[in-house]
Design a protein around this ligand. Structure first.
Ligand code: PAF
Length: 282
């Protein structure tokens, strides 16, 4: 496995793979890789001849008061995980390699990026779409892999790819959880012992909401209010949002019908965590 920070070198490598008739999968990440990322790499390795993992903490998707400077990083551990998972190349650029000092071009999807996380993070998805477009242009993959934990991000990227006619298959992969239910996230590392325990309130609410829907509850507000009650019972938790939306358009729904996403963002102390469930064909 190779690692490079150079766009030119990634392009040369991918060009050579293409010359050999090989398919290429891309797993875009911000590093500090865990089992959730590994499941994306595993799937990419199964479905492509060569796999590129991008490992880049993208500054333009962080808001002014967000955790860009403290976002966890450990490239040595990331290398070990990628190597063990069978990735072929890590692309680990510096911010300067990705963004010239006079960089003024952004990619933005409207509507789908405005609800849920977009309300409290208004420039976040513009930063995500811009870096993901750049990565797609640099790597030119056949397929790209994203986690369903960031369900709105996945909907936004799918919409961007459709609207801009990018010839790339977007593959969504299921949420990976700790044994006690907490969705795996690089940000879990911010939690102290007490907060880590309190954070279980998210998955408890998710499991309860999903069970209500599976048992036939169709009123979105009834499900959401039961989920909010669970979260509000935890003194360390503060709700940013708990909502039910159409999983593709991210428009709010009142009835659980079709492909529906129940999503939440909850602060545990200062750490903002997200979780969700998607129900289909209900
Ligand atoms: O999901 C992430 O880790 C990031 O938002 C992504 C897709 C790698 C873009 O920086």
């Amino acid at each position: 496995m190779n690692i490079t920070g150079s766009i030119k070198e990634v392009r040369a490598q991918v060009k050579e793979w293409r010359r050999q008739g090989l398919t290429v999968g891309l797993v875009p990440t911000m590093g500090y890789l865990h089992e959730g990322h590994k499941s994306l790499i595993d799937r990419a390795v199964m479905e492509n001849d060569r796999v590129v993992v991008s490992d880049f903490v993208n500054p333009i998707q962080f808001g002014v008061n967000e955790d860009l400077s403290t976002y966890p990083r450990d490239i040595e551990a990331d290398k070990r995980l990628c190597e063990a998972a069978g990735a072929d190349l890590i692309f680990h650029p510096t911010p300067d390699e990705m963004y010239a000092a006079d960089f003024f071009t952004f990619v933005e999807t409207q509507k789908v990026s405005e609800g849920l996380c977009g309300k409290s993070r208004p420039t976040h998805f513009r930063g995500v779409c811009t870096v993901v477009s750049k990565l797609f242009h640099i790597v030119m993959p056949d397929r790209a892999y994203f986690g369903e934990k960031d369900a709105q991000q996945l909907a936004v990227v799918r919409r961007m790819v459709r609207d801009l006619n990018m010839d790339i298959e977007i593959v969504g992969c299921p949420i990976i959880r700790e044994a006690d239910g907490l969705a795996k996230s690089s940000r879990n590392t911010y939690l102290n012992k007490e907060e880590r325990k309190a954070a279980l309130v998210l998955s408890r609410a998710i499991f309860h909401g999903r069970e209500m829907v599976e048992n036939g509850e169709q009123n979105a507000e009834t499900v959401l209010s039961a989920m909010r009650d669970i979260i509000e019972s935890e003194p360390l938790a503060r709700i940013d949002y708990v909502e039910m939306v159409d999983a593709d358009s991210i428009e709010p729904v009142t009835k659980v019908h079709g492909r529906v996403l129940a999503a939440m963002a909850v602060f545990i102390g200062k750490t903002r965590l997200i979780d969700n469930f998607i129900v289909e064909n209900c």
